[in-house]
Design a protein around this ligand. Sequence first.
Ligand code: ADP
Ligand code: ZN
Ligand code: MG
Length: 492
Amino acid sequence: MPAAAALSPEILAKYEPVIGLEVHVQLLTATKIFCGCANKFGSEPNSNVCPVCLGLPGSLPVLNQKAVEFATTASLAINCTVNPRSIFARKNYFYPDLPKGYQISQYDKPIAEHGWIDVPTADGSIKKIGITRLHMEEDAGKSLHDGFPDSAKRTYLDLNRCGTPLCEIVSDPDIRTPDEAFEYLTRLKEILLYTGVSDCNMEEGSLRCDANVSVRLKGAERFGTKAEVKNVNSFRFVREALEYEIERQIEVIESGGRVLQESRLWNANEGRTYSMRSKEQAHDYRYFPEPDLPPLILSPEFLEHRRAELPELPEARRARMIAEYDLNEKDARTLTASRAFADRFESAAKTAKNPRRVANLLLSEIGGRLNALGLEQENSPVSMAGIVFAADLLDEGKISSKQIKGLLDVAFEKGEDFSAVYEREKPQQISDSGAIEAMIDKVIAESPKQVEQYRAGKKTMAAFFVGQVMKASKGQANPALVNELLTKKLEG
Ligand code: ADP
Ligand code: ZN
Ligand code: MG
């Protein structure tokens, strides 16, 4: 197999990749899709099983209402049309981790079709990537190939995963570069996380991706023959697998060969794909309507209710927060990185005198210190309440921003919340009215012109006097007291 890197940029530039992604997400229901077994990752092998999910004769599936709600929510969040009537189908194949001998899935009548998501591209524009369909199905069990003393001879089965509810989300072949594929997946995951239908944890397999890719000469009308790369378990690997696969296919064509329609496996260690099975060996699943389940009928009321329950989605939330907190795109992205974080920020900011100041402190002072320490927001010693507290102190003029910085340094150094540090190290504040009066008298004596303006009705001059007194006190005078005494003196 020649090294793919041997291709010149000129040759690569003759071709256009075409990519379509199939994403499986496990739904966060308490129980499985057709039985009452717990839907839980990491349990003792074969402990969450029953006659239904083991496919024992005589058992019958009952559709989990929650799974339908989640699938509908996911469908609406990616702009799909939800079909009021969809059909479950049997997908037949033999594999040890599939005890029933078939998977209940949806085939020609899926729950949802014709959606899209907006994906930012390299040139800064937004591209709509079409979603062909979203369908519901059940997961299979797991073969355990490693970790047993006799793993060299035997494969073990854990059937806990059998019957875990899945949504499969199939994109149109609209994606043109590995980077676009990466962005698409990032956006899709973000949307799904916001809706709360899945934890999208790739390490635990709750989000899995198959990448379909072909190449064609630029300007060609017809798509080339695609290969499907399976077993890609991180977005970065999807990008790498696609980069590899695109060059491999171009090389095949350039050397006079034909790309075969086949499934290939990504080997992350070697950074390449391997042929798994060709079209000739492809399964014939012999789909037929599932006789044990009636058509899935969704009422207009059900759909309306799901739509009403949709949370504000990441893109919309960012746009709103940019306006509300006066943020730039990058800062908005940081604050909306997860729905939980955005929620925590917003519910705290709401209680502050000036919510924008909370955003500012969080992004600059807190963000900077977390970055320097390589810490995540959830491990910050300074809580949201602490940030609100600091923002309010600033707002009330009880503390200078320089003092805030000093106190935050201490908080991060000692791993304490801001309020604790403030209470202990309360920066010097002069609250002795005699001392403040003396300063005021001095300022008034030195500013006859301003006093005249003030007394002539220009009340905004008050700010000038406050500033002068604060300056004279090196920022330590209690601003509330300064205000009160100043007014008395100036009016008196
Ligand atoms: P199959 O019948 O092999 O399952 P589908 O038509 O269902 O193929 O498409 C599966 C995925 O492959 C979809 O995401 C689709 O967008 C993508 N796809 C289809 N044809 C091509 C192609 N020629 N090149 C790249 N991707 C493709
Ligand atoms: Zn079960
Ligand atoms: Mg298909």
